[in-house]
Design a protein around this ligand. Structure first.
Ligand SMILES: *[C@@H]1O[C@H](CO)[C@@H](O)[C@H](O)[C@H]1NC(C)=O
Length: 424
């Protein structure tokens, strides 16, 4: 307790200097989902409030401009009225309340909803089109109606925290961490999110303050990320301006570091309500894309470290897809390592029948998808649980939870097993 008081004082000093001598923590934390005993089973609502070329290639192809490769250029390089009406139509139709009904009917208990900084703030002169925020707020109401918990995930930060197109702006090297104004703007958004949802912690159980910061850049990024996690803890866990803790969990991302890097970071009892997010993909390197089906499954099964870490670990992104064949997965106009069309890659095989419509998938392939799905969910449930990327994709059924349900490689009840011994 004494330590907690000091900790609170430190946070309060950071946040509200005048409150540095506020009362001690008095309420035990009571999250809106029992993360210690129930398993997170969920899907990401990818490609909705943050565009991704590979999830909705039609929106990009329809621009007839190959330089439109992300949401930034989507706003920048075409008529703004047209871009605005296309985006509005997309926000209105890609995800609706009926998706939440279907997600609940599939036995899932969580959605993770990516949102970009530009929904809040384009004061840096960014060319983004705004209007996403009311959709996020509506989605929280739909989640409530259907008994689904929401992880609100800041997926893009000013300057880009990873340079990926899914951060909003595809850039050769991330700039977020190089400029204090970028960091200040991001902190301000986390503060807005924390106060927006603090009163709805029974539905918005978790805020993830930054998706996939590029720890692989090096120490300069990791130093900024660590400080940002400290600041986000104060903001999300103490949104009331008092010593009262919220029930909202903070979900940190591992910044592409091994879990061992984060050992002891923000752990209880000194820190309360912190969980760790890790993303597991096996197709973004030549070595991974070259693995046999059996090796993909074995690699998934080998992740026993997830269940023994000192924070709850949620695998917040993963997929039963085993190749990078999906159109635009590596970026609009960029090819795939699997078939050798990615610069510098060496061909493993043809992408035919491995991506696109499930009607082209062989029964052997669908059996593999089921095995790999079960291997992953069984392993990730040894930790706090899993959130598949992603609920829908226009023409990449191997990634789509919806298509998996429809075509049988994902069970109607996520606890069903056809291969209960897949991990031996
Ligand atoms: C960032 O915020 C801090 C604290 O409010 C302030 O002192 C600093 O001037 C800000 N920096 C920039 C570049 O906006």
């Amino acid at each position: 307790m004494a330590f907690s008081k000091r900790l609170f004082a430190a946070c309060a000093a950071l946040l509200f200097g005048a409150l540095a001598h506020a009362a001690p923590l008095d309420n035990p934390i009571s999250p809106g989902f029992n993360y210690g005993s129930q398993k997170v089973r969920g899907v990401n609502l990818g490609g909705w409030l943050v565009l991704e070329p590979w999830i909705t290639p039609s929106l990009f192809d329809a621009t007839n401009n190959p330089n439109i490769v992300d949401e930034w250029t989507f706003g920048q390089l075409q008529d703004r009225d047209r871009a605005t009406s296309v985006l509005r139509n997309h926000w209105n139709t890609w995800i609706t309340e009926s998706d939440f009904a279907a997600i609940a009917a599939a036995g899932l208990n969580h959605v993770r909803i990516p949102i970009g900084f530009w929904a809040f703030d384009v004061s840096g002169g960014e060319p983004y089109i705004q209007g996403q925020l009311p959709y996020l707020q509506n989605a929280v109401g739909w989640a409530r109606n259907h008994g689904i918990k929401v992880i609100v995930d800041l997926h893009g930060a000013p300057g880009s925290q990873n340079g990926f197109d899914n951060s909003g702006h595809k850039v050769p090297s991330p700039q977020w961490h190089t400029n204090q104004n970028n960091i200040n703007r991001t902190k301000n958004i986390i503060s807005q999110l924390a106060s927006m949802f603090a009163g709805q912690s029974d539905v918005v159980t978790v805020i993830a303050p930054l998706n996939e910061p590029a720890g692989f850049v090096g120490q300069s990024m990791l130093d900024v990320v660590r400080q940002f996690w400290y600041d986000s803890y104060g903001t999300i866990r103490f949104p009331f301006g008092t010593s009262q803790q919220s029930n909202t969990l903070v979900l940190l991302h591992d910044a592409f570091q091994p879990l061992s890097y984060w050992k002891g970071f923000q752990t209880p009892p000194q820190w309360q309500g912190v969980a760790m997010d890790t993303h597991i993909y096996q197709m973004f390197s030549q070595a991974e894309v070259s693995r046999s089906n059996q090796q993909h499954i074995q690699n998934a099964c080998s992740r026993t470290d997830l269940g023994t870490f000192d924070l709850w670990v949620i695998v917040g992104e993963w997929t039963p897809a085993a190749t990078d064949c999906a159109k635009y997965l590596n970026g609009r106009g960029v090819g795939a390592r699997y078939d050798g069309s990615y610069p510098g890659s060496s061909r493993v095989g043809s992408c035919n029948g491995l991506t696109g419509s499930a009607s082209t998938f062989s029964s052997d392939y669908k059996t593999f998808l089921r095995q790999y799905w079960e291997a992953q969910t069984s392993t990730y449930e040894k930790a706090a649980g899993w959130i598949q990327w992603t609920w829908k994709a226009e023409i990449a059924d191997e990634w789509s939870y919806q298509a998996g349900l429809k075509n049988g490689w994902i069970p109607q009840n996520p606890t069903q097993r056809q291969f209960p011994n897949i991990c031996g």
